[in-house]
Design a protein around this ligand. Sequence first.
Ligand code: 1GP
Length: 252
Amino acid sequence: MKIYDYLLNTIRSKGAAYLVLLDPDKLSNSKITPFIRHCKKSGVDGFLIGGSLMMSGDLDSFIENVKVETALPLIIFPGSINQISPLADAILFLSVISGRNSEHLIGKHVTASPLIKRAKIEPISTGYILIESGVTTTAVYMSGSLPVPRNKPEIAAATALAGEYLGMKFIYLEAGSGAQDSVPDEMVKAVSEECSIPIIVGGGIRTPQLARKKVDSGASIIVTGNFFEDENNWDMIKDFASAIHHKLPIEV
Ligand code: 1GP
């Protein structure tokens, strides 16, 4: 089954999907195994893999190590065109549609497309919308573009609709990793009311309650990353999963 279809099925059956972001710069080799096992038993639906810089080592061996532990989908969330690996299952083919920097709208994609084809991984066309979140995030800085002001849900909604009309399969509302403030609920709601493709929301989601609010506002996929860099938080992965999977019966 294609990863895109797997995600749609998961959204349909569980109410929403939960993806955990693995940043090879932040997750050391010795922590890969225990962390992935924790995620698996806690009901995570898949992994995004990527980072803004990738200072450390090699993406292929990182993915290889993750793959040993799980058959869940491994989806590249590329910070740059260096982050393409034939070992992944799919790649979010991101276009920063909130920005006006042509390199991140189409330029990098021209260079990346033949590499993705040769790697034989599934590209999932995704309209990436950066949302202002209190501080200058790495995503905003690296993309050299302005984020959507957080008090302008109508701009986010119109941008998302343009993405849908351009044929994109997902909209990703991104507050940025480690964001002080997550994407406002009103903005998630406005976007979900305006367009009919699934909405991914990530950045600054640090409690299951907050994750649930995004789902209640119309998000179909929730992404968390930063919060689980602290091992003490790993026990909460299952709370995030059950808050997000609102169609599943609650385990007692
Ligand atoms: C993915 O950038 C997010 O969209 C992850 O954000 O690290 O803040 O959870 P956090």
